[in-house]
Design a binder for this molecule. Structure first.
Ligand code: CO
Length: 204
């Protein structure tokens, strides 16, 4: 079963060792990533590859539509571990244009549990209804919603108690909002970086 994947894995592991004999030994001893990536589960948005980081350099949390829900134990566990144990310096909330999750949140369709998961995006949509309604092109409107969703998730992360406590004890930590383009592979920085509690207000 899935022999091609196992074969790929052997080729990959061999290549890593060929490039750097001690690679796996070093990783086994310690992971010390400087970045936490919170991104979409979409198969077209592979976190490490997009930013050219090797195993051990990026702590990753992915879910449908890159949400950071304040009550989600999975996300919160990742966030706390990244901040308190790994002491990452940057948290990257990375959405992507053409996100199926974002589109599904507002198309009125019923899909089951995921409709509840996507509820926060409908709230973002309501909050920015006037701005979004003014965008005539549907694709552009959804892409703007992708951006607004990222900004909202940056706010969720930056206002979280784990982040606030890190800042209070003087730990260097910034939260960034990015959007990845499926059409050209490039990241757009939404310029909503928050590096201290006083900067949260700029997120609106
Ligand atoms: Co997506």
């Amino acid at each position: 079963m899935l022999d091609h994947l196992k074969a790929n894995n052997r080729v990959w592991a061999d290549q890593m060792v060929a490039d750097d004999t001690a690679f796996f030994q070093r990783l086994e001893d310690q992971q010390a990533p400087e970045y936490l990536w919170i991104g979409c589960s979409d198969s077209r948005v592979p976190a490490n590859e997009i930013v050219g980081l090797a195993p051990g350099e990026l702590f990753v949390h992915r879910n449908v539509a890159n949400l950071a829900p304040p009550q989600d134990a999975n996300y919160l566990s990742v966030l706390q571990y990244a901040i308190d144990a790994l002491k990452v310096k940057h948290i990257l909330v990375v959405g992507h244009y053409g996100c199926g999750g974002v589109a599904a949140a507002v198309d009125g369709g019923r899909r089951g549990l995921v409709d509840h998961w996507l509820h926060p995006i409908r709230e973002v949509h309501e909050q920015h209804q006037a701005e979004l309604d003014a965008i005539g092109d549907e694709k552009q409107r959804l892409n703007r919603l992708c951006e607004l969703n990222v900004i909202r998730q940056v706010k969720n992360v930056a206002t979280d108690i784990f982040v606030r406590e890190a800042w209070q004890r003087g730990q260097a930590l910034s939260v960034h909002g990015w959007v990845y383009s499926l059409s050209n592979g490039l990241i757009t920085d939404l310029d909503v970086t928050v590096g201290k509690a006083e900067e949260i207000a700029r997120l609106g």
